[in-house]
Write a protein that binds this ligand. Structure first.
Ligand code: LMR
Length: 331
């Protein structure tokens, strides 16, 4: 009798897991409440409803499954009917596309609408083309927002290079970011996202740069003294999936997934706009770190200090590509 119960339980559980012909594991490193977390959940909910029995999407937030570097390796190796999907920050793709480093350049974009002008253009599609040869299929650009700087210390970051001197800043695995921190006068240190809170709390680094939703959801503001609203560069994502898995899907399923992803991208932009204002307010209301805005003059100094970063990466990114981007953005 016990055996029968056990067997039926196994069948039940088994059928629960294998509810769909194809499984997509969506792995990301941030909180579910960020623009990426919410868009990934939207995508999963809609696929699970509209493609029930055919495709099931499971979302793994907070680096539960992989960090960003590992996920791309795992993605390239994944086979069969389970596909890995992720949306790592554009700053983490240098191994796969040097062109995408353009998105990291300081003061390239005035605001998110300029980012969208580029992300929605054929130029951006060309920037992702090298990925497919490496087993990764790019599906779309998602936003987080413009980045601000936080710091522990006796004053906010305003004057360059003085306020950055002697301070260590956590950055993502981007050489453009490293060059930018050095140009501002600080010392960069690359660390995975999931180590940032502890590194700030324990003083391994003094500061970091990120978008508001990451600062708020991971409580960085609770262990920092000042946040400078610099909006100096962009934090956004490329939604990617195992190319083998994607190309092996029946065409009609792929078309439906693409349509749902397009909706999720539109939602992501709404979520990002909400977070930019909403999470800044939450950080201000929480009262831990004091939020300061740069004056126009200070901003001009930051911009001048970092102007050489683009020159340094011009050959890597592609001089023609950079020209096209500037023409598109009109500055
Ligand atoms: C970071 O490492 O700061 C970001 O890439 C995290 C994220 O995915 O927003």
């Amino acid at each position: 009798m016990k055996k029968i119960i056990l067997l039926s339980l196994m069948v039940l559980l088994g059928s629960g897991v294998a509810q769909a012909e194809y499984i997509i594991k969506f792995s990301h490193v941030v909180s579910w409440q960020t623009p990426k977390g919410r868009a990934a959940q939207y995508f999963a909910d809609e696929v699970n409803k509209r493609l029930k029995g055919k495709v099931k999407v499971e979302v793994f937030p907070n680096s539960q499954l992989y960090n960003d570097n590992k996920v791309m390796e795992a993605m390239r190796l994944s086979r069969g009917k389970t596909g890995l999907m992720a949306a790592p920050s554009l700053s983490k793709f240098v191994k796969f596309s040097r062109q995408l480093q353009a998105f990291d350049l300081p003061f390239l974009f005035h605001d998110l609408s300029e980012v969208h002008t580029l992300a929605d253009s054929p130029i951006a599609a060309a920037m992702t083309a090298p990925l497919e040869r490496k087993g990764i299929k790019a599906l779309g650009f998602w936003d987080n927002g413009m980045k601000v700087f936080s710091i522990k210390g006796d004053r906010p970051l305003r004057k360059v290079p003085d306020d950055f001197k002697g301070k260590k800043f956590r950055i993502q695995s981007s050489n453009v970011h490293a060059a930018m921190i050095e140009a501002l006068g600080g010392t960069p240190q690359k660390l995975p996202f999931k180590e940032v809170y502890t590194a700030l709390a324990q003083g391994v680094v003094d500061g970091q740069e990120n978008a508001w939703s990451n600062i708020f959801s991971k409580k960085f503001h609770e262990v920092q003294d000042y946040i400078t609203v610099s909006n100096h560069s962009y934090l956004g994502y490329l939604v990617v999936v195992s190319a083998d898995f994607w190309n092996g899907l029946p065409a009609e399923i792929r078309t439906e997934l693409e349509a749902i992803l397009k909706e999720a991208t539109a939602k992501n932009r709404e979520f990002a706009a909400e977070a930019d204002q909403g999470d800044r307010k939450k950080v201000e209301t929480a009262g831990f770190a004091k939020v300061v805005d740069l004056t126009d003059e200070e901003r001009a100094q930051w911009r001048a200090a970092t102007a050489g970063v683009e020159d340094r990466f011009r050959d890597q990114i592609g001089a023609d590509l950079l020209k096209q981007i500037h023409t598109l953005l009109g500055h």
